[in-house]
Design a protein around this ligand. Structure first.
Ligand code: ASP
Length: 470
């Protein structure tokens, strides 16, 4: 009986929790369960739990969840950006917003890596450490920067979409948008239809967000069950300085930048970003998080779609503050371990290379390490050194991705505010966009509307004609 009562209580509590609350609880429970599975030794390879639970059940749920997010990225970016360009009014404004966004993204990334290098030097991480490389690191090559630029214009837009080449898709969408504007009035119906499609896709995002607690729980249980925290202790210096730099950059530097350039409330920003960052944390992918970031900045922060539809996918691709921080910290760490002395020139090279590397690579899991090998090659650090930090990178990837998307959203807010493309009433309303949930019920009016479409609605008369002709 008491068990039944307890269950009822928990059920009521769960129901009363808002979506953000549910996602946070799911995250914490996933981490606890995953660590339990790890430390109890249950996850032994080949055992029942490993085969059927962590790599079976949880892996499948997690994969389904990540797939459902990725499924929406390309259609959402394409359609919302076409709408965004059409809604911007003045095409010259597009160029200004583009330049401004690019410059702020680069500036914040440079700040991020400078922070990491500064803290790394201050704490002298890795000095006097003598550890063996455990895993040999095979450097995968990053796309040459020249290719990145020449591929911005896709030779085949369909294959660009199939591959999810974000910069190509952005280019193609902007071109369509500008051309629609040039066609002018006759294309109005087209734009209205696209705007409707955009709303439909955002509803799909809403549906998926409501499944997030289960997805996040599964992803984190699996990740923690596999990784555990053991490795972290052996590399504590590196991990601590890295995490400290990430926190410093996001909570201090970026929030000062946000306040200074936009005057917006920091507290509100952080509260509304929580969901987005948990998504980024559990998927380790800025790209997969695009739908959530876009929905949050437009519906919850009041950023006009004409700005957000460009800055968010653009940022997911070229702006990676967290990743740049990892590169700065790793450079200092590995240099100290191998006893390589880096001078000012090398540090400047590291900053430049990291910023460039972050432009050239997409926001997907683990890409930061590939970029790191590019940086190491430039300053003459041994690539094998990356093998030292390989073991902890999976967990740190989660953290830095949360910082990456945080930067995308902050810059989006700054640019939107400065261009007067933000509804501050929505920004300041804590509940804005939070009530748009999917609970399996469809509004009755809507249901009635569509159930009649074929019998006596708009389509009715046409169908009568067809029947008569037969
Ligand atoms: N996973 C990161 C992202 O998607 C990139 C990285 O640092 O590996 O933003």
């Amino acid at each position: 009986l008491t068990l039944g009562v307890a269950y009822k209580r928990i059920e009521v509590m769960w129901k009363n929790l808002g979506l953000t609350g549910k996602i946070i609880v799911a995250m914490v429970l996933g981490i606890i369960l995953g660590l339990f599975i790890n430390y109890s030794g249950l996850n032994a390879e080949g055992g029942f739990v490993s085969t059927y639970i962590t790599n079976g059940f949880f892996a499948i749920i997690g994969k389904l969840f990540v797939n459902s997010l990725k499924m929406l990225v390309v259609p959402l970016v394409l359609i919302s950006l076409i709408c965004g360009v059409c809604g911007i009014g003045d095409i010259r404004l597009l160029g200004r917003i583009g330049t401004k966004t690019f410059l702020i993204y680069m500036m914040t990334t440079a700040l991020a890596i400078a922070t990491a290098i500064g803290l790394g030097i201050l704490f002298g991480i890795g000095k006097g450490m003598d550890i063996e490389t455990e895993a040999a690191f095979e450097a995968k090559s990053a796309p040459p920067l020249l290719d990145v630029f020449s591929n911005i214009i896709p030779s085949n837009p369909i294959s660009a979409m199939a591959n999810g080449d974000m910069l190509s898709i952005i280019f193609f969408a902007i071109l369509i948008g500008i051309s629609i504007l040039m066609v002018g009035k006759p294309a109005k119906g087209l734009v209205q239809s696209l705007e409707l499609i955009n709303e439909v896709i955002l509803k799909m995002v809403t549906i998926i967000m409501n499944l997030a607690p289960y997805g996040v729980f599964a992803l984190l249980t699996k990740a923690m069950a596999e990784l555990g925290l053991d490795l972290i202790w052996s590399l504590l210096g590196y991990v601590a300085v890295l995490v400290g730099s990430l926190a410093f950059h996001f909570f201090i530097t970026m929030m000062i930048v946000l306040k200074l350039f936009s005057g917006l409330s920091i507290k509100t920003f952080l509260a509304k970003m929580r969901e987005v960052q948990i998504f980024a944390f559990s998927t380790s992918s800025s790209n997969a998080t695009i739908p959530i970031t876009l929905r949050t900045v437009t519906k919850r922060m009041g950023v006009n779609n004409s700005v957000a539809s460009f800055t968010v996918p653009f940022g997911a691709t070229i702006n990676m503050d967290g990743t740049a921080i990892m590169q700065g910290t790793a450079t200092i760490f590995i240099a100290n371990i191998y006893g390589v002395d880096l001078g000012v020139t090398e540090y400047l090279t590291v900053i430049l290379m990291s910023v460039l590397a972050s432009v050239g690579t997409a926001g997907v899991p683990g890409v930061g390490l590939i970029m790191l090998s590019m940086v190491f090659a430039q300053v003459g650090l041994p690539i094998e050194g990356i093998g030292l930090i390989l073991g902890v990178d999976r967990i740190l990837d989660m953290l830095r991705t949360a910082v990456n998307v945080g930067g995308d959203a902050a810059v989006t807010a700054i640019v939107a505010k400065s261009e007067n493309k933000m509804d501050t009433a929505i920004y300041n309303d804590p509940d804005a966009g939070a009530k748009d949930v999917f609970d399996g019920h469809i509004d009755e009016d809507n249901e009635r509307e569509f159930s009649n479409v074929f019998s006596d609605g708009i389509m009715g008369s046409e169908y009568d004609d067809v029947d008569r002709r037969r």
